[in-house]
Write a protein that binds this ligand. Structure first.
Ligand SMILES: Cc1ncc(COP(=O)(O)O)c(C=O)c1O
Length: 373
């Protein structure tokens, strides 16, 4: 069949997710596998979220509340915004796509950092929209906002900033962000700056910017959050955005109705009330981050100081055989070839025993694999 495929779709490479647990067990004949590849919550979901889901199961024959009324009310209260400033999505991933579909017209573009979260460039390419891509700094994989500001042109409608970034785990500081925002305010009034804050609950850097507070001076800010990480609901697919109410209304027009299921809405609402589960998640992450960093310091790798629930390591060896050798030992890490980081791996922080096993296996693998020249 000679069916024409648009060029932007023909050249699209699918997103490569973390290797699934069951697939790894099957392929390697293992009964126990540790997945440290997708920055999920090692404590699992909040028990309150599970109870709410069980109760909501009786309603799955019905379509969910298309407006997400209750969840928006709760989020509005939590963040001190109006429900009209909120948009709900099937994960924050959907909101990235929705922002592009809604605000980037043919001929317009979006500014991204090459080496940051890959969904931005994939979603732009899928939509047939141009990316203005500026590489992350090579020495520390941090956003180079001054160079990004210089790369902007009048076609740019969106700028995506992952803060903390994935896969580097590094942050954009308050001073860096405000300099950038002041620059664009004067010269690029048609640009929305999207702060993608999937890992916000894990940050302990004192110079991390409060993007919600910055919205008062910079109404062109859009803040994305997710229930997938600290709130342990990755499998349910629910995230949200906070932005100017007039702009949110356009997103509401474009999004598909019922994009957040009734189970997801019920669980998300309950998870917001479970401050104990969030505190336990944060405490675990703090302890395990320290434990893993301490272990990595004894190995032959370089580490980017992390602010999320994962760490980027440079092994100075091709990562594919290391990834493979770790799989054979029942541990799934995340190789980053598609991020242009062929010697790096990303490791999520797990439970103590999982981290202990990961460090022991990694030591063994690294000792057996000489550094590339
Ligand atoms: C920086 C960043 N943004 C957004 C997401 C998407 O999260 P979700 O679609 O699960 O809300 C992720 C997931 O890994 C991420 O790392």
């Amino acid at each position: 069949m000679c069916f024409p495929i648009p060029d932007n779709i023909e050249s699209l490479r699918p997103y490569v997710p973390g290797k699934p647990l069951d697939e790894t067990k099957r392929e390697y004949g293992l009964s126990d596998v540790i997945k440290l590849a997708s920055n999920e919550n090692p404590l699992g979901p909040s028990p309150r979220a599970c109870a709410a889901m069980r109760a909501a199961m009786a309603e799955v024959a019905l379509y969910p509340d298309a407006t997400g009324f209750e969840l928006k009310q709760a989020l509005a209260k939590k963040h001190g915004v109006s429900p009209q400033e909120l948009i709900l999505g099937c994960g924050s991933n959907e909101l990235i796509e929705l922002l592009i579909r809604t605000f980037v017209a043919p001929g317009d573009s979006a500014l991204i950092a090459d080496g940051s979260f890959i969904i931005y460039s994939l979603a732009l390419q899928a939509a047939g929209r141009r990316a203005i891509a500026v590489p992350l700094r090579r020495d520390d994989w941090r956003y180079d906002l001054p160079t990004m500001a210089r790369a902007l042109d009048d076609t740019a409608r969106l700028c995506f900033i992952a803060n903390p970034d994935n896969p580097s785990g590094a942050i954009v500081t308050r001073a860096e962000l405000t300099d950038f925002l002041e620059h664009v305010k004067e010269r690029f009034p048609k640009l929305l700056v999207v702060m993608d804050e999937a890992y916000v609950d894990f940050v302990d850097a004192p110079d991390y910017p409060d993007s919600l507070a910055l919205r008062a001076a910079h109404p062109n800010l859009v803040v994305l959050r997710t229930f997938s990480k600290s709130l342990g609901l990755a499998g349910l697919r629910v995230g949200y955005g906070i932005l100017d109410a007039r702009l949110a209304n356009y997103l509401e027009r474009v999004r598909m109705p019922f994009n957040v299921s009734n189970l997801a809405q019920a669980a998300a609402l309950a998870a917001l009330t479970d401050s104990e589960h969030l505190a336990a998640t944060q405490a675990l992450n703090r302890a395990e981050k320290a434990f893993v960093l301490d272990g990595l310091a004894k190995l032959d790798v370089d580490v980017i100081p992390p602010q999320g629930n994962f760490v980027l390591i440079d092994t100075h060896r091709p990562s594919a055989p290391i990834f493979e050798a770790m799989l054979r030992r029942g541990i799934i890490l995340r190789p980053l070839l598609n991020y242009g980081m062929p010697t790096c791996l990303r490791i999520s922080f797990g439970l103590r025993e999982q981290n202990r096993q990961m460090l022991a296996a990694l030591e063994e693998v690294l000792v057996g694999t000489p550094r590339s020249a």
